[in-house]
Ligand binder design. Structure first.
Ligand SMILES: [Zn+2]
Length: 437
């Protein structure tokens, strides 16, 4: 049978619920989709491909899904470090954004972020920022899959002045881009402390009407909860429940502080959770109780947050941090296996975004979104368990190839859709304006 592409892999990781490692297997791709997975030998007899790739020392696995990003913040990376969330936001990040963020900033910085993501094996992101067309156009150029959030924040920014303008610009974006195969629009109210209750209720209604997911930073810090209790006599999760936001439509980002009452509410409401361990550790915000949330039956995905609070978009490192933190915080090294960590960094992100019928694992019928990680390096030798090496030892420079929807975006570390040198030159140009030396 004639097909588009055969990918022969030394090890193939499906990242399905029961994640397995298949040795010497092939991925058969036709019309951007995976149509078969079988051992390499019969694959070569059964299929005749236009293109054949041999990843003979590699793990082939679904691309990472970075379920919480602020991509354009790549240009604020390293501008202000070593402080708590509200000090960092109020005194450094929001003033810098007020001064510099416009369409071109977001487009250029997003391309920088997408190049970084493709280079670390991320095939799908879920973003919250401003100038949505700029991020979307950058994604279309890069060929990467992504969710673009209609940010709603309770003060004027360079993108919009008030709630009505955020929403109308966002919905206008949705109408313009809703047919783009690789893009999804979501609502993204920034946080409970930067939106009025009636605005959040309206977001919940609109999300229902347009059938869109809602991303929101929730219970990121103790200060957020204290402020809510003092002003409204209820914790944010309780108030969000009363506003109708705690539902499977919600992608609750951070959730670093959960008590028993919160647990009951989210157990009933079934939102997805996004764990961002490195950002939470760097800002000393708190620790998301991932194991507890999983025991409540919730879907927990993984995100880096913006590069200004991490300070990278490296999902391999994020997965390693999540694994170590899960063990340390529960005093239980068995709490999460390497195969479970891989599923959290892939399939669970697709579930959060509601696109697990399209991507997130290597299964017949899903889009050919996958990466190859070369284990033939000193840093990942010897090879006893490839899944252990990917989670605990590999670095992002070992990701050699990245594919989205059957299209190769990186080949042997070379970007095929983006110009690395031009992206570095742009970053330099902007940095000279943002922080003249
Ligand atoms: Zn964030």
């Amino acid at each position: 049978m004639k097909v588009d592409t055969i990918i022969h892999a030394k090890w193939l990781m499906t990242c399905e619920e029961n994640n397995t490692v298949l040795a010497d297997h092939a991925l058969i791709i036709q019309n951007k989709k995976i149509i078969d997975i079988l051992p390499s030998k019969p694959a070569a007899e059964k299929y005749n491909a236009t293109e054949t790739h041999h990843y003979s020392t590699h793990v082939v696995m679904p691309g990472f899904i970075n379920t919480h990003t602020h991509l354009a913040m790549n240009y604020l990376r390293g501008l202000a470090d070593d402080m708590a969330l509200m000090d960092w936001l109020n005194n450094y990040i929001w003033p810098a954004e007020k001064k510099w963020v416009n369409h071109d900033f977001v487009y250029d910085a997003s391309l920088n972020a997408m190049a970084e993501m493709i280079r670390c094996g991320t095939t799908c992101f879920n973003d919250m920022y401003f100038f949505l067309e700029a991020t979307a156009d950058a994604a279309l150029k890069a060929g990467i899959r992504g969710g673009i959030g209609i940010t709603v924040i309770g003060f004027p920014t360079n993108w919009a002045n008030n709630f009505d303008e955020y929403v109308s610009k966002g919905l206008n974006f949705y109408q313009q881009y809703k047919d783009k195969e690789l893009l999804r629009t979501t609502f993204a109210p920034h946080a409970i402390y930067t939106a009025a209750d009636h605005e959040l209720i309206r977001v919940a209604e609109l999300a229902e009407e347009y059938d869109l997911k809602i991303n929101m930073h929730i219970h990121e810090t103790e200060a957020e909860i204290k402020h809510s209790v003092e002003k409204f006599h209820a914790r944010p999760i309780k108030r969000l429940q009363q506003m109708g936001l705690i539902s499977p439509r919600l992608i609750a980002v951070h959730m670093a502080h959960i008590n028993e009452e919160d647990s009951e509410i989210i157990k009933a409401g079934k939102p997805s959770i996004v764990h961002c361990p490195q950002s939470n550790m760097k800002l000393a915000s708190g620790t998301c109780p991932v194991h507890h949330l999983k025991q409540l039956g919730l879907n927990v995905a993984l995100g880096t947050d913006g590069a200004a609070s991490n300070n990278d978009l490296d999902m391999l490192a994020e997965m390693q941090s999540a694994s170590f933190l899960a063990k340390l915080s529960t005093h239980n090294p068995k709490v999460q296996t390497d195969l479970e960590a891989l599923t959290m960094a892939t399939l669970n992100g697709a579930k959060a975004l509601g696109i697990d019928d399209v991507t997130g694992s290597l299964t017949k019928g899903k889009s050919a979104d996958f990466i190859a990680i070369n284990l033939d390096e000193i840093e990942t030798s010897p090879i006893y368990h490839p899944e252990s090496l990917v989670v605990y030892s590999a670095s992002r420079h070992q990701v050699t190839d990245t594919w989205v929807a059957g299209k190769q975006l990186m080949k042997n570390r070379q970007l095929l859709t983006l110009d690395e040198e031009a992206i570095k030159a742009k970053a330099k140009e902007w940095s000279k304006k943002i922080k003249p030396s």
